[in-house]
Design a protein around this ligand. Sequence first.
Ligand code: ADP
Ligand code: ZN
Ligand code: ZN
Length: 811
Amino acid sequence: MYAKVIVGLNQPEMDKLFDYRIPEGMAVEIGVRVIVPFGSRNKKAEGYVISLSEKTEVPADKIKELLEVLDEGRPTFTPALLDLAEWMKERYFCTLNQCLQAIMPPGIRTKSSWTVSRKSLDAETKLTPKETALLALFGERREIPLEEVQAEFGGDCLTFLRKAEGKGLLALKQELHRSEYKNEKRLYSLDRDHPLLEAAWKKAEKEKRLEGQRLLLEYLANGREATAAELKEALGITDSPIKTLLKKGILRERRQTERRNVFDADTVERTQPFTPTAEQAAALSALHRELEQEEKKPVLLHGVTGSGKTEIYMQIIAEVLARGEQAIVLVPEIALTPLLAERFVSRFGDAVSVTHSRLSMGERVDQWKKARDGEISVVIGARSALFLPFPKVGAIIMDEAHENSYVSDITPKYDTKDVAAALAKRYGALFLMGTATPDFISYYKAKQGEFLLLELKERTGGGVLPRMLVTDMRKELAEGNRSAFGRALQAEIRRNLEKGEQTMLFLNRRGYATFVSCRSCGHVMKCPECDLTYTYHAKEHALACHYCGRRAPLPKVCPVCGSKYIRYFGTGTQKIEEEAGKLFPEARILRMDLDTTLTKHSHEKILAAFAAGEADILIGTQMIAKGHDYPNVTLVGIMAADLSLNADSFTAAETGFRLMLQAAGRAGRRDDRGRVFLQTYQPQHYAVQYAAKQDYEGFYEEEMLMRQMMGYPPFSAFFSILLTGAAQEEAAQAAQELAERLAQADEEEIATILGPTALPKFRGEYRYQIIVKAAEEEPLRQLVLPTAERMKKERNRNVRVGLALNPTNIV
Ligand code: ADP
Ligand code: ZN
Ligand code: ZN
């Protein structure tokens, strides 16, 4: 038997498997970690077994044998997850290494260390003073560690080194080491039968300098066990007495692996399932039917907030658990939904685990092991919860499925929705997406029959929709109101303050890019070619289309109405807060945005304070659209609907519309007091019009017509290819070359190639973008992938090539 092994996960760009013979009697499962001889000098290296086979192409005298199986032969990757990694590799145009890194258990990480090696120089090479100093640092040596350079030139010297590398002065080399988190506690106790104990006691009692030892002996005399941290804390001692007594053998050390519970299930009151409403019952029976199918379709559950989606999730999970299977519940940001997690715990007790970004490494490792060993069967968490090694997942549920945070921002830049669907298929599990405002690509797929569409139209407890009122900010301006608060909104806030009711003010920043518009007529500067909002580039004082790359000077007067009142848009929550403070001096105001929520638990604290009525007005970004239910909020102000309507993406209108609807969902859920103000310079914009009517369906129809007309997804597919490098010329050249090669490879002329476009520098690197668009995805992949792949290999490290298919944020 032979094993295909991926050696050393630490080289993300490497994409090769190596064959090894499995020695007689060695038990090897797929997914286990192994030690193999590697390279011409047969250095020992670590790897993972990806597959097993009875044949190999490697000649018998060349094939090497596996040396050892690690982790007591327990696989690191389950077959389902390995298979998923292979799928991700194809789908996201990256290496298997990168995919395995993404699904790697917590606590196993590769750390990197850099070395800088000197190259011999041409006498002609001109050096800057800094470079001269750098070469002096080498002295006689050929190689120095990066830390040494950092100590001399400051922490952030990689850019400088990259430049020097480009000039041929030196070479940078990155090496990676694997480090594993050991989740164990060391407990110390006294060996009470130790022959030296008596003597040690007597000595410690006599000598003042051995006070620490005396305290320690006394403390542990009754057979107690404690960790070093506990001992130091309780006795005020240092490590030294512990070490001394340990060396003598008087202290014993015991290592204990421990698994903690993230949630204390005992403190949560248990609840029983509700009798489903008629709508819920219909949805549930459709879901039961789907669960019974061999081949399951993904399900889109479209239901307004409060329509009982979470109750449906829980009833489905109960069914899955009864079959002895597990369930994964994905949420966009657990910090904003503490109550949601609690609801699951209240139903399923300590079968539930919650993962979130603030867990310690130890807690994460625990969870991973608990999932593997069947100690938990429901997990609620962010997208990484997908990669827990459950034996047999029966359902994957994705709440708030429209959220942008489901898209990973590091390579592989996967969309959780696609990965979850692919994984569900591998487990034979049900994949259920729930949302009040489905993204239109999913909604389109559902309407086309690719997904099963289930709808909940009513709130379980009844309730009415709030009144939506549009404020034309152009008119406010024309009539002399320069404030960010329209006059009607001001009056309503005053009324709320008098009546003791609460107000929420939204300022959407998602997908926000600086755009330019006319404050007199509301006209927004757009690319005439793509109909996407131009982005304002401050440095060049010019407009740029982030799709096709077209540039335009900033107009002096509005091309539509001739007004000189052209401004680039930008207002922050802080400014709104200041102004609110002046307009309503008696109001208690809270603000929640990235600045006020940097510290732990600050989200929850602000939201809880507001829910408890400790403030009259809450000002925030879309962060405040989720989480608690606020019965006393009767007024919502959307301060500048334009901000998200004019993002530089083909999904701008959709995103803006969805945010307006979500914000509106915050006002008056129970009675008819709810009012929502939509403040905008574009009251005629179709997204504003449909939002005012709360007409999801109508907006969807119109938006789809627009997309079809403009040829945007789902009616087309496009790749955004990003080339990034420290050396400008090289990056630019590579981009140009790639665009040309793509054009050449496109013999049948199926594609439109836009760019390369220079994007603003990011983290000190130059970036160029190419957009390749075609009517259908598959031929487009066939065209782009091999060509980009080749470029990637040729340019290697100097220019990185990143690919994204139909990204909603183009840049
Ligand atoms: P969503 O997830 O769609 O926002 P929830 O499942 O949270 O909706 O339901 C909204 C409220 O209605 C919750 O307080 C929930 O406990 C309650 N609820 C859900 N289903 C029922 C039901 N069948 N009968 C009575 N109350 C229900
Ligand atoms: Zn104008
Ligand atoms: Zn354009």
